[in-house]
Write a new protein. Structure first.
Length: 147
């Protein structure tokens, strides 16, 4: 890796470390929140590593019909309400996506293929998430192993 990409990968690691640390604050059972966090890591890494080429054509065809435009407006309004209601969760997702996109751009500039990009993004994100959650668990319970 070149020197400049380490900065973006460190930023990605730190953002997922903080997510792992803060994961216990949600009012969701721990096994469910960790499942969603790990799933989000994989989905974001796949979305950043393998972008869809025909998405613009699909969106234009969907919006050009009256029913598609109407449904898009209703769904957009619903999403706006959800974003304003749960702003702290939306901002967390936006920061994770931004850090992932920056790391992906640096990795792409270095010339890695898509699968290697996926592997690097997943490894850095999962290690940050796991280390943050592990240190938070250790700080909360004082135990090194799960009961």
């Amino acid at each position: 890796m070149k020197k400049n990409s380490w900065l973006s990968l460190t930023l990605l690691f730190v953002t997922y470390f903080i997510l792992g640390w803060k994961l216990s604050e949600f009012d969701v059972p721990p096994h469910l929140s960790w499942f969603f966090a790990v799933t989000a890591v994989f989905v974001l890494a796949i979305a950043l590593s393998f972008p869809l080429k025909n998405i613009k054509r699909f969106i234009m065809r969907w919006i050009s019909s009256d029913a598609g435009a109407f449904i898009s407006i209703i769904v957009g309004a619903l999403l706006a309400v959800v974003v304003f209601t749960w702003m702290h969760i939306f901002v967390t997702g936006l920061v994770l996506t931004s850090a992932g996109a920056l790391a992906r751009l640096d990795i792409q500039l270095f010339g890695h293929q898509r699968w290697r990009t996926f592997a690097i993004l997943t490894a850095v994100s999962m290690s940050g998430l796991g280390l943050g959650g592990g240190i938070e668990f250790l700080a909360k319970t004082g135990k090194l192993v799960l009961p």
